[in-house]
Design a protein around this ligand. Sequence first.
Ligand SMILES: [Zn+2]
Length: 307
Amino acid sequence: MMRAAFILLALLIVAPTPAAAAKLKVVSSFSLLADMCRVIGGDRIELTNLVPPGTDAHGYQPRPADARAVAQADIVVMNGLGFEGWIERLLRAGSFPGVLVVASEGVRLLEHDGDAGHHGHEHGEARTEDATTTDPHAWQDLRNGHIYARNIALAFARADEPNAAYYLQRLETFLSRIDALDSRFRREFAEIPPDARRIVTSHDAFGYLARAYGLEFLAPVGLSSSARPSAAQVAALIRQLRAQRAAALFVESLSDPRLIERIQAETGTHIGGTLYADSLTGADGEAASYLAMMTHNLEALARALRR
Ligand SMILES: [Zn+2]
């Protein structure tokens, strides 16, 4: 009875201030976290996302409106691991008084050496010529996505106790979907022989995905990411695909259908299309949510490797 009386008293004191009734003001650093915040926060939060879908989050230039949003936020959700180098200034500049959630806190880290997942090793061998840095793309492993979602929901529940049950209920639903997707693809990739899980891609963001699902990602030889490849570059790529017996190729700079046909004919390699790394698509795109993005990436990879 004492406790109930105390809570009632606390509510009476808090209730008249308008802030207590207002929605939790949340700022997310980029589109993938925005989706997780929406899934967990539902209609109890007011969300502002900083880096819009389709924009590079690594090199983002914050706008004055971003600083204002951060200064007024109850909670800022960021990835961490050096992904949003630009956000530190924003947090300092606005003297952000709220709760900072580093969504990746607690994930098993992957050192980035440009050759992650090579031959299925858990950790890339330390390289003397290259200082290793931590790979920030931890969300590409669904088990890490599970940790992200938990971190976000627990922060919401602590900051907005009257709605804690609401956030935790939505977390449970979200986690069961993340876990189901993870189990499904662990099963699917396990059925593919380990030496047939080799993929050539110009993306450098799939180290966690490779580790999680036992895939091997190799960088393409001789291709620059932007320019149209020359005949010599295509010849080098074909030699590489044959020598390394890669099962699939995901390279965005290769959009010429005749080139794709030639590479497929000469190497038997499947050209797999687009993998989404750092950003969701808009609402009508094929990676409009975290779960849609992971489903798209893993389905595209599994389809390519099963051929
Ligand atoms: Zn990236």
